[in-house]
Design a protein around this ligand. Structure first.
Ligand SMILES: *[C@@H]1O[C@H](CO)[C@@H](O)[C@H](O)[C@H]1NC(C)=O
Ligand SMILES: *[C@@H]1O[C@H](CO)[C@@H](O)[C@H](O)[C@H]1NC(C)=O
Ligand SMILES: *[C@@H]1O[C@H](CO)[C@@H](O)[C@H](O)[C@H]1NC(C)=O
Ligand SMILES: *[C@@H]1O[C@H](CO)[C@@H](O)[C@H](O)[C@H]1NC(C)=O
Ligand SMILES: *[C@@H]1O[C@H](CO)[C@@H](O)[C@H](O)[C@H]1NC(C)=O
Ligand SMILES: *[C@@H]1O[C@H](CO)[C@@H](O)[C@H](O)[C@H]1NC(C)=O
Ligand SMILES: *[C@@H]1O[C@H](CO)[C@@H](O)[C@H](O)[C@H]1NC(C)=O
Ligand SMILES: *[C@@H]1O[C@H](CO)[C@@H](O)[C@H](O)[C@H]1NC(C)=O
Ligand SMILES: *[C@@H]1O[C@H](CO)[C@@H](O)[C@H](O)[C@H]1NC(C)=O
Ligand SMILES: *[C@@H]1O[C@H](CO)[C@@H](O)[C@H](O)[C@H]1NC(C)=O
Ligand SMILES: *[C@@H]1O[C@H](CO)[C@@H](O)[C@H](O)[C@H]1NC(C)=O
Ligand SMILES: *[C@@H]1O[C@H](CO)[C@@H](O)[C@H](O)[C@H]1NC(C)=O
Length: 417
């Protein structure tokens, strides 16, 4: 089956900003309550082929013919069979793009079975999720998908998360958002149950986590420019699991005078100071992280009524947008530069090597999530002037503060490697 091909590149940077014209939302419909277990979840005897047949039939009867076509096409490939084997185990939540959404997939993508399988894997959460269990903005929930391995490998063989949140002004509603760095996909309506799957129809394809060089220009344009001209992006691209604190444009503008006079060596040291090498620390775990920068200086984290903060040496910055998922880790946008004169290469090397040892032996203690994460406190938005700069959860007053404090204090070891 070939998809109809239209627009360019699927693999977009953050959620592409096209209008999501046809909201299929049967308005006011309720998301199902926690499973009325109609399908017998993993009913032992079924083989993967039979299972795939069951799923394809369910997709077709829900008018998801495009998705059924893709699923059928990949089901004959080794990676597709592996996908179905995983899909079959335990309860799953599927975000199923409708035919119109799939019509925007480029031929480059639709003819690449491996990539299609990875994209499908990113549309499946490894558990049952309903709006009841999803945090309300500005907090959010990180749901584990089935996407892992290859270009999406994370330390500890963890799978890539999706960021989910309920809108703060619909606390009694049942819809929720798949949160992207610059736009969301809203999930409304009831799920269809098929075997062990809860299937929600969505009207866009969820973008697979971008590489850092793809997202940086839109997220932090000035920083991306600096990194490009100094070739400092390469080490970040190559890192196996990375946490990046990315200063926004306002932060760079404020520091422009100082930066202009710095040598390449000094700039390299400053960049290192914004990175945790070998460890992916999502916002829920910042407080618990044993974090040493790639420059060898320790980070400390704190939160209070005005937000969550990261400190290195004498510099403290506020996290204005957290948990931007990238192929090899996570980016948190901050409103200041972290300058620390006490660079320590030995500590950096030791942190990176203990991170990689930990990753090698780590077992994913909770592969099904969900995990509630901190909110971003952006009541004083720090001038994100750049095109497409995400605005995070804007202007939500203090409603997220308690959640933020709690989550930072949680210190759960779920995602720390
Ligand atoms: C969704 O489910 C609720 C409760 O089960 C039901 O009342 C409602 O009619 C359903 N909505 C749609 C559009 O099927
Ligand atoms: C799957 O969900 C059903 C309820 O819908 C529950 O009874 C069952 O225990 C779940 N299975 C697993 C493996 O979590
Ligand atoms: C097993 O296969 C049968 C028929 O092929 C189907 O009705 C049933 O739903 C399947 N069960 C699962 C868990 O896929
Ligand atoms: C999904 O969760 C199950 C446990 O229910 C785990 O065995 C499996 O490895 C997880 N899958 C992925 C892709 O992480
Ligand atoms: C990784 O990405 C590159 C291009 O970005 C692609 O050529 C390669 O096939 C991908 N590998 C896997 C395992 O996905
Ligand atoms: C995305 O969804 C979250 C949660 O509903 C909301 O706080 C945020 O403002 C949304 N972002 C955009 C760009 O619509
Ligand atoms: C919530 O508020 C935003 C902005 O104020 C608005 O765009 C959105 O439609 C609202 N959502 C609901 C469900 O009322
Ligand atoms: C949500 O709350 C508002 C005001 O409190 C109310 O008007 C509305 O009917 C409620 N919606 C639902 C779906 O309960
Ligand atoms: C991360 O650590 C590895 C192993 O020590 C090293 O090769 C690499 O250059 C480091 N990357 C960054 C961005 O510091
Ligand atoms: C919150 O913490 C930041 C960073 O430590 C600090 O600058 C700010 O004054 C604190 N705000 C309050 C209200 O305590
Ligand atoms: C903090 O500032 C003091 C005074 O300017 C300076 O001596 C010290 O080296 C700085 N510490 C770090 C870690 O940058
Ligand atoms: C923290 O990092 C140091 C140095 O890398 C390491 O020796 C120590 O065991 C780590 N502590 C924890 C709790 O992981």
């Amino acid at each position: 089956m070939r998809l109809s091909l239209a627009l360019a590149a699927l693999v977009p940077l953050a959620f592409a900003q096209e209008s999501s014209s046809s909201a299929p939302a049967p308005s006011g419909s309720a998301v199902p309550a926690n499973g009325t277990a109609s399908g017998n979840s993993t009913a032992g005897g079924n083989g993967t082929a039979e299972y795939a047949t069951t799923v394809l039939a369910a997709l077709r009867s829900a008018n998801l013919t495009g998705l059924a076509g893709i699923a059928e096409m990949i089901s004959t490939t080794p990676e597709g069979q592996e996908f179905f084997t995983q899909l079959q185990q335990g309860n799953k939540t599927v975000f199923a793009p409708n035919d119109q959404a799939l019509s925007t997939v480029s031929e480059e993508v639709s003819s690449n079975n491996q990539l299609l399988t990875q994209i499908l894997a990113y549309h499946v959460l490894n558990n049952t999720y309903t709006s009841d269990g999803i945090a309300t903005a500005p907090a959010h929930t990180l749901g584990r998908t089935l996407l892992k391995g290859g270009n999406y490998t994370l330390p500890g063989n963890r799978s890539q998360p999706l960021v989910l949140a309920k809108s703060s002004n619909s606390t009694n509603g049942t819809s929720f958002d798949l949160v992207g760095s610059s736009s969301n996909i809203t999930v409304t309506g009831n799920a269809t149950k098929a075997a062990n799957l809860e299937i929600y129809v969505v009207d866009r394809v969820i973008p697979i986590p971008p590489r850092i060089e793809e997202i940086a220009p839109q997220l932090v344009p000035q920083l991306a420019g600096v990194l490009n001209t100094t070739n400092l992006l390469d080490p970040l691209k190559e890192a196996q699991g990375i946490t990046v604190f990315a200063p926004n444009d306002a932060a760079l503008q404020a520091a422009q005078g100082q930066l202009a006079s710095l040598s390449q060596e000094n700039i390299t040291a400053i960049v290192s100071n914004h990175v945790i090498n070998g460890t992916v620390v999502y916002s829920n775990n910042l407080g618990a992280a044993n974090a040493t920068s790639a420059g060898g200086a320790p980070f400390t984290f704190a939160s209070n009524d005005t937000g969550a903060f990261v400190t290195s040496g004498n510099s403290t910055a506020r996290i204005v947008q957290s948990d931007i998922i990238i192929a090899n880790g996570v980016v948190h946008v901050i409103d200041g530069l972290l300058v620390n004169s006490q660079s320590n290469p030995e500590a950096a090397a030791s942190a990176a090597s203990s991170a990689s040892e930990a990753a090698a032996t780590a077992t994913d203690t909770d592969p099904t999530g969900p995990v509630t994460a901190t909110g971003d406190q952006t009541s004083a938005p720090a001038g994100q002037t750049g095109a497409g700069g995400g605005s995070g959860a804007v202007g939500l007053g203090f409603s997220g503060v308690t959640v933020g404090l709690t989550a930072v204090g949680l210190a759960v070891g779920l995602l720390v490697v």
